[in-house]
Write a protein that binds this ligand. Structure first.
Ligand SMILES: Nc1ncnc2c1ncn2[C@@H]1O[C@H](COP(=O)(O)OP(=O)(O)OP(=O)(O)O)[C@@H](O)[C@H]1O
Length: 220
């Protein structure tokens, strides 16, 4: 597997709110690695993810460089970055079936092969035969898996996980987490996980960065 093409480099990032420094960060995430970001409420975890997706709120100002696979994507528009976000309320469209939801993310593939790819993907996460089901007829854990497939089949290079397991009870949380991490590693994706949960960080088994709060804090 060529792993260099998915390497993410966050170079000398400084994010300010007004004149105050919110966070600074300089790090590299390799393909197949899951970097964990922790830190107190308000330390800038969501703001960091917004910057990575190219959707920093105008109230913030960023300095620094973002490289993916050796290419500078700091100014690349969001929809061309191949950076996907999976969050705790990864809302599924209730007016679409399970397969309709997953196909929604498959912008790059031919419609003739979509159905087969959806069926194979559902089988790979233990949801064989659920194509026609309505999302609201699924359990929370099943919905989380469908949301994951919708993101994965859009073929991102980087996946950002914003507390994606926090609504699941502990047994389901562990099983869903294993499945998500396995898919990330198998596909050689680069991942950043934001979590408050130490067991998530342990399972990710990569670097852990603690963002410390505001102007006096250094983040790495
Ligand atoms: N749109 C906004 N306008 C003004 N201030 C904002 C905005 N969004 C976030 N902030 C502020 O920026 C700081 C960082 O917020 P952020 O949401 O990134 O923190 P967080 O670490 O993700 O917090 P939590 O763990 O509670 O989700 C906080 O002080 C927050 O109040």
């Amino acid at each position: 597997m060529d792993t260099t093409h998915n390497m993410l480099r966050i170079q000398n990032l400084h994010i300010y709110k007004g004149d105050a420094l919110l966070l600074e960060l300089d790090t590299t995430v390799s393909a197949g690695e899951i970097l964990t970001i922790m830190g107190p409420s308000g330390s800038g975890k969501s703001t960091l993810l917004n910057w990575l997706t190219g959707m920093l709120e105008p109230v913030f100002r960023a300095e620094g460089k973002l490289e993916l696979g050796g290419h500078d994507i700091t100014q690349t528009p969001s929809h061309l970055r191949q950076i996907a976000l999976l969050f705790q309320d990864s809302l599924l469209f209730n007016h679409l079936s399970v397969s309709g939801n997953i196909e929604f993310g498959m912008q790059h593939s031919e419609s003739s092969t979509r159905k087969q790819r959806v069926s194979e993907a559902l089988a790979s996460v233990g949801l064989s035969g659920m194509e026609a089901r309505a999302p609201k007829s699924l359990s929370g854990g099943q919905q989380a898996r469908v949301a994951l497939l919708r993101v994965l089949l859009n073929e991102p290079k980087v996946i950002l996980l914003d507390e994606p397991f926090s609504k699941l009870d502990s047994e389901l949380r562990q099983a869903t987490r294993e499945l998500v991490f396995e898919q990330i590693r198998q596909r050689g994706l680069t991942a950043i996980l934001v979590t408050h949960d130490q067991s998530d960080a342990d399972a990710a088994a990569g670097k852990v960065i603690n963002l410390t709060h505001t102007a006096s804090g250094k983040s790495c």
